[in-house]
Design a binder for this molecule. Structure first.
Ligand code: NAI
Length: 511
């Protein structure tokens, strides 16, 4: 051990593929001698040369002095046998994702390295506890889970197996900070924290798609332009490739003993069978030409307007906000203020968690003239409208024409409890809450980890706080009631904090 800021002096990277290479760059840049070992002939040399080139490029861009680049490169040492690793005080394994192979490797390593050497695995889907079970001293083994590309993704999960010591995790957290990355301590649970938190976005989106609520392009537009995500769920799946994403969805679902929240959709299974993998196969949810998605232009907003509009006050604040929005639209519009709409009026409702049909019937409105407006993310971005199965084409066009008349982007979707953004956002918050409930990570660590690891604009707990826990609970309870599907049952963490009126990041009191 060295000083407190850098608890190791020699790291050994075993497996110098995509991940091993990125991690080796970090350890060498943090000042550690970095041994590179790979069973594939030439792989470790290729990694050393590749990292050296990256360092030279960083120096050419002025991000690193050329002396630092040369000194860092000189710390990369190729070794050809496990016996050459005896001087390492940190092992980072990034080999093939197979439990038997990893266990065999760690058994061999334990027989060679010093008793104080810390052993880590970069596994993303295997149990750290199961890998460590092969060791005499499992207390010194932990998961050290980086994201690709490791030098740029500034988050590392430090995974405590059932027998991992606190000191092992602490030392790894300290080293992670020396990389300039944020460590997050997590329990050894399927998907750990970040891949677990990422289940809701794509899984719920595939459900919405398979119910025929919206097209892939509309789904993506809503999640980007209303809910603020950088990428829509279908674009994201196209980027990752279904050959990678679909097995992960299945694996996490089964590892949680068929937890309905993570139930994958036949949608991705069929697409995988068809070879519609995404960008890498030239076609997924989108078709790709020269690396770019070929997008059909969006249908323009019609010029139609209703003779008059009646706006529900079943949810008073949302009804008032929608009325104020409509009043501010260009052109004259008759807004009815009677308790009951006139026989020709377009009826706008603002449900949370229920569909337009349920809202229309509950409020004794004519489903032929009823259109729902999703108010969860407000009216500044893209606005989602939702029709009942009976809403007339004239009323749909009138609603689109009216709401889109101020230049607002509008998407009309088919009936769905919670439209699109409500469902997907509520599921993200719910899974985040359950991560807190299962003590997989400290509540204050969940949001920063998800923001860095998944690139979400806000972590799941911050998203829930922004939408208000009570509102998210309302959406989930309505979804649960309307579908009867236990995937929508609210997490107890959410239920309690909504009832108490406190932030979702509130831990249990420890005093
Ligand atoms: P990769 O296939 O690019 O590299 C693996 C390397 O390990 C290869 O160079 C291979 O020759 C070598 N190898 C295989 N068996 C070996 C053994 N017994 N001893 C020494 N070297 C051996 O794979 P990648 O993507 O770098 O993944 C490595 C590990 O990191 C896996 O456990 C994976 O689950 C995990 N991981 C991968 C991420 C990714 O985005 N690719 C993200 C986070 C974790």
């Amino acid at each position: 051990m060295d000083d407190g800021s850098r608890p190791f002096s020699t790291a050994a990277l075993i497996g110098t593929g995509v991940m091993g290479r990125g991690i080796a760059q970090l350890t060498a840049q943090a000042g550690l001698r970095t041994l590179l070992y790979d069973t594939r002939p030439g792989a470790a040399e290729a990694a050393r040369d590749g990292i050296t080139q990256v360092l030279q490029q960083l120096a050419a861009k002025g991000r690193l002095s050329s002396e630092d680049a040369a000194a860092t490169a000189s710390r990369l040492i190729v070794v050809t046998a496990l016996d050459d690793l005896v001087s390492a005080d940190l092992i980072i394994e990034a080999i093939v994702e197979r439990l038997d192979v990893k266990q065999a490797l760690f058994r061999e390593l334990e027989a060679r390295v010093a008793p104080t050497c810390v052993l880590t695995t970069n596994t993303s889907s295997l149990s750290v506890t199961a890998i460590a079970a092969a060791l005499e001293r499992p207390d010194r083994m932990a998961g050290f889970h980086f994201f690709n590309p490791a030098p740029l993704m500034k988050i590392v999960e430090v995974v405590a197996g059932a027998r991992t010591s606190d000191a092992t995790c602490e030392a790894l957290c300290t080293l992670t900070r020396a990389f300039g990355h944020r460590p997050v301590r997590v329990k050894d649970w399927p998907g750990f924290l970040i891949n677990h938190a990422g289940r809701a976005y794509v899984t719920e989106a595939m459900r919405v798609l398979s119910e025929g609520v919206a097209s892939a392009a509309d789904l993506d537009r809503i999640m980007r332009e209303a809910a603020g995500f950088r990428m829509g769920p279908c674009e994201l799946l196209d980027l990752t490739g279904l050959d990678v994403s679909h097995p992960v969805m299945e694996s996490i679902y089964h590892q949680f003993y068929e937890e309905p929240r993570f139930r994958p959709s036949p949608e991705t299974q069929r697409r995988l069978e068809a070879g519609l993998l995404g960008r890498k196969s030239g076609e997924g949810f989108y078709r790709y030409q020269d690396g770019r998605a070929v997008l059909a232009p969006e249908t323009p907003v019609p010029n139609d307007r209703p003779a008059s509009v009646w706006i529900s006050r079943a949810d008073v604040a949302s009804g008032e906000a929608l009325a104020a929005f409509v009043r501010a639209l260009p052109g004259a519009i008759v807004i009815e203020d009677a308790a009951v709409p006139s026989p020709a009026a377009l009826c706008l409702v603002t449900p949370f968690g229920t569909d337009a049909t349920t809202a229309a019937l509950a409020q004794r409105l004519d489903p032929v003239r009823t259109v729902a407006v999703d108010m969860l993310f407000g009216l500044d971005g893209r606005i989602t409208l939702m029709h009942t199965p009976l809403t007339s084409t004239a009323m749909r066009r009138a609603a689109q024409g009216l709401i889109g008349s101020g230049g607002h982007a509008v998407t009309m979707v088919a009936d769905s409890p919670g439209a699109v953004a409500q469902r997907v956002a509520a599921m993200i918050v719910n899974v985040g809450c359950d991560i807190a409930q299962q003590r997989i990570a400290a509540p204050e660590d969940i949001d920063p980890a998800v923001e860095r690891g998944l690139g979400y604009p806000r972590g799941p707990l911050a998203l829930g706080d922004a939408l208000t826990p009570a509102r998210v609970l309302q959406v989930l309870e309505a979804l649960h009631w309307q579908t009867g599907d236990p995937r929508y049952r609210p997490s107890l963490w959410l239920r309690r904090r909504a009832a108490l009126g406190v932030s979702l990041t509130t831990p249990d009191r420890a005093d």
